[in-house]
Ligand binder design. Structure first.
Ligand code: NAD
Ligand code: UDP
Length: 329
């Protein structure tokens, strides 16, 4: 019998980590999921039984894995702006100490490691759309700096381990991705608007709503990550959907989709909220022949059906309903 390849996925109980776990199990791998549940939820992985094992662990602490590892995907990190403003030190630690531990593990196991970077490394970008050779425009000491700088450090230490220790590394720069299993109250714009529509509340637009984002459906994102891992390219690659929209127009789309009778209301724009974001995906197209396939209408419908299926208790859970915390100066 051929031995299954073994892959460690950190952040496995989160949104992307759980979808990646599904994909790798479906591809015939043995998956070891790791998470400390700081922003994740066991319910995202409870359906996984065969070829899946779970270790509850904080990756900023020394990581011990029995047996061989072929691949590591490091996805542990708070990812919603409200989450990383609420837990700034843990965010810095998981991107720095956590990544260091995982690179050490990759070296010890001779495993290939892919780390989850982000469009946030471009900060409030002055180059549009963002190409991988753009160095970015980040405020190191602003509230979002805890996430952006942790991710920038993560890229640097990953390249250092590649150059100095010769380990096989991959870096994906993920642009706003959405789909089922996002936390309804995590404060990111899609769950925020859909949760508001379901509760019969007005949709909160931050700033004038002219800031843009480009939303990628989760299955497309997972496909891009999967192909990048199996490629031989060590430098960062953008994976995202270039279909850009202003937050104001997006709110209108959600009002139409959900059928809510509510209106939009305006709140302060959070500090350092990027004014524009769109991935240039020429590199991904060329290197791994990847492009997103799911259009926003289709992906948003699947996502809304997921949120609709959640319990009332989940809908009214108030973890982030006080948006004032988002704008602390
Ligand atoms: P998420 O919050 O749903 O998942 C993150 C998971 O990491 C959670 O389950 C959390 O409990 C776990 N975690 C956090 N710190 C940990 C620690 N110290 N030890 C162990 N587990 C820990 O977020 P997500 O959207 O799934 O994001 C996953 C990764 O992708 C993150 O690294 C994020 O920066 C990156 N990313 C996501 C997006 C996006 O649009 N979803 C965009 C850019 C980058
Ligand atoms: N946003 C908004 N209303 C909300 C939540 C978010 O207008 O209730 C805006 C936010 O200011 C940002 C965009 O939507 O301009 C995307 O925010 P999100 O938190 O999803 O992620 P970001 O791309 O900023 O990391």
């Amino acid at each position: 019998m051929i031995k299954k390849k073994r892959v460690l996925i950190t952040g496995a109980a989160g949104f992307l980590g759980s979808h990646l776990s599904d994909r790798f199990v479906a591809e015939g791998y043995h998956v070891i999921g790791m998470d400390n549940f700081i922003t994740g939820d066991i319910k995202n992985i409870k359906h996984l039984k065969d070829n899946f094992e779970f270790i509850e662990h904080d990756v900023t602490q020394f990581i011990k894995i029995e047996g061989d590892l072929d691949y590591i995907l490091h996805f542990a990190s708070p990812a919603s702006p409200i989450d990383y403003l609420k837990i700034p030190i843990q965010t810095l630690k998981v991107g720095s100490l956590g990544t260091h531990n995982l690179l050490g593990l990759a070296k010890a196991k001779k495993a290939r490691i892919l780390i989850a970077s982000t469009s946030e490394i471009y900060g409030d970008p002055l180059v549009h759309p963002q190409t991988e050779d753009y160095y970015g425009n980040v405020n190191t000491i602003g509230p979002r700096g805890v996430y952006d700088e942790a991710k920038r450090f993560q890229e640097s230490i990953t390249m250092a381990y590649h150059r100095f220790h010769g380990i096989e590394t991959r870096i994906v720069r993920i642009f706003n991705t959405y789909g089922p299993r996002m936390r309804l109250n995590d404060g990111r714009v899609i769950p925020a608007f859909m949760g508001q529509a379901l509760r019969g509340e007005d949709l909160t637009i931050f700033g004038d709503g002219l800031q843009t984002r480009s939303f990628c459906y989760v299955d497309d994102q997972v496909e891009g990550i999967y192909k990048l891992l199996l490629s031989d390219y060590v430098y960062p690659v953008n994976i995202g959907n270039p279909h850009e929209i202003s937050i104001k127009d997006f709110a209108e789309e959600i009002i139409k989709l959900t059928g809510t009778k509510q209106k939009v209301i305006y709140k302060d724009l959070p500090i350092d909220d990027p004014l524009q974001r769109q991935p240039d995906i020429s590199l991904a197209k060329k290197l791994i022949n990847w492009r997103p396939k799911t259009d926003r209408k289709e992906g948003m419908k699947i996502t809304f059906d997921y949120f609709k299926s959640l319990s009332k208790q989940e809908l009214y859970k108030s973890e982030h309903k006080d948006f004032s915390s988002y704008s602390i100066k």
